[in-house]
Design a binder for this molecule. Structure first.
Ligand SMILES: [Zn+2]
Length: 277
């Protein structure tokens, strides 16, 4: 069955070594050229949304800047449906951020935004960012926030300065309350706060969730039953490629034994509707 993968990091500009180590990725399996990267998704009839990475914590090169992911979408439209753009909330001043957000919202290849509160060191419900959220909410493009555990800094002293608390799902609850028009996506099942996440997604109609960072059968059980049931219209298929392999993710999704109608929603139609694809 064709699919939309809402959570893809291009593997064309280097890989995160902490993440590769954590997922025990065989680096020979990861396509490094743009052509091979696009070809993998095209071959499996999966349209990817590519995540732009905020530059604050990237030490080497430009990595997956917004410009790089936009170029990939321009070059390989059969494989890539658009980008989730990043904004450097920790570094830029509010006026400059507003300007950048406006320009990105006007770009039709930008289908939404992605933030990583633990890595960027901010609370999504901090009032300091409300003027930015105001702009993004008015643009009607979904905004994704990383929730739960992160492989970034995992198993290193002090977690390389990363605090997991910024990624608690509950911080999205107030945000969703204060911006009811903002379509919010919680990226990942939120472990070790999967119960908190399910509570928040069930309560706030404008919060969605993706399945990324896990093979489907390894998703927390509670999360599996939620997406099978009450949350079947709000769950989106995502891999977290290249850290989770696309082919294995698709195969594992089949093993969940979902009803065809539910499977179709999670693999395609929920994302197609949400992102207007
Ligand atoms: Zn990711």
């Amino acid at each position: 069955m064709p699919a939309i993968d809402v959570h893809v990091h291009p593997s064309t500009r280097g890989l995160d070594s902490d993440a590769c180590a954590y997922f025990k990725r065989d680096l020979n399996e990861v396509p490094r050229t743009e052509e091979k990267f696009a070809e993998l998704f095209a071959r499996h009839e999966v349209k990817a949304l590519l995540i732009g990475w905020h530059p604050s914590t990237v030490k080497e090169g430009t990595r997956n800047s917004n410009d790089h992911v936009l170029d990939l979408v321009t070059g390989y439209p059969h494989a890539f449906a658009g980008v989730l753009a990043s904004l450097d909330v920790g570094r830029e001043n509010p006026d400059r951020l507003a300007e950048q957000a406006g320009a990105l919202l006007r770009n039709p290849k930008v289908k939404g935004f992605k933030f990583h509160p633990p890595d960027q060191g901010f609370y999504p419900n901090d009032k300091k960012y409300y003027s930015l959220w105001e702009i993004l909410a008015s643009g009607d493009k979904p905004v994704m926030f990383h929730v739960g555990f992160t492989v970034l800094g995992a198993n290193s002293e002090g977690g390389k300065g990363i605090g997991l608390d910024y990624g608690r799902p509950i911080h999205l609850d107030m945000l969703a309350r204060d911006f009811p028009r903002m379509k919010i996506i919680a990226a990942h099942p939120g472990w070790p706060w999967q119960e908190e996440l399910i509570g928040v997604v069930t309560h706030k109609k404008n919060i969605y969730v993706d399945t990324s960072g896990y093979l489907a059968e390894q998703l927390p059980e509670l999360f599996q039953s939620a997406i099978r049931g009450r949350l079947q219209d709000k769950a989106l298929f995502g891999t977290d490629f290249p850290y989770v392999d696309l082919v294995r993710a698709l195969e594992s999704f089949d093993k969940l034994g979902l009803k065809d109608t539910v499977k179709e929603k999670i693999l395609i139609s929920n994302a197609a509707r949400l992102f207007g694809l």
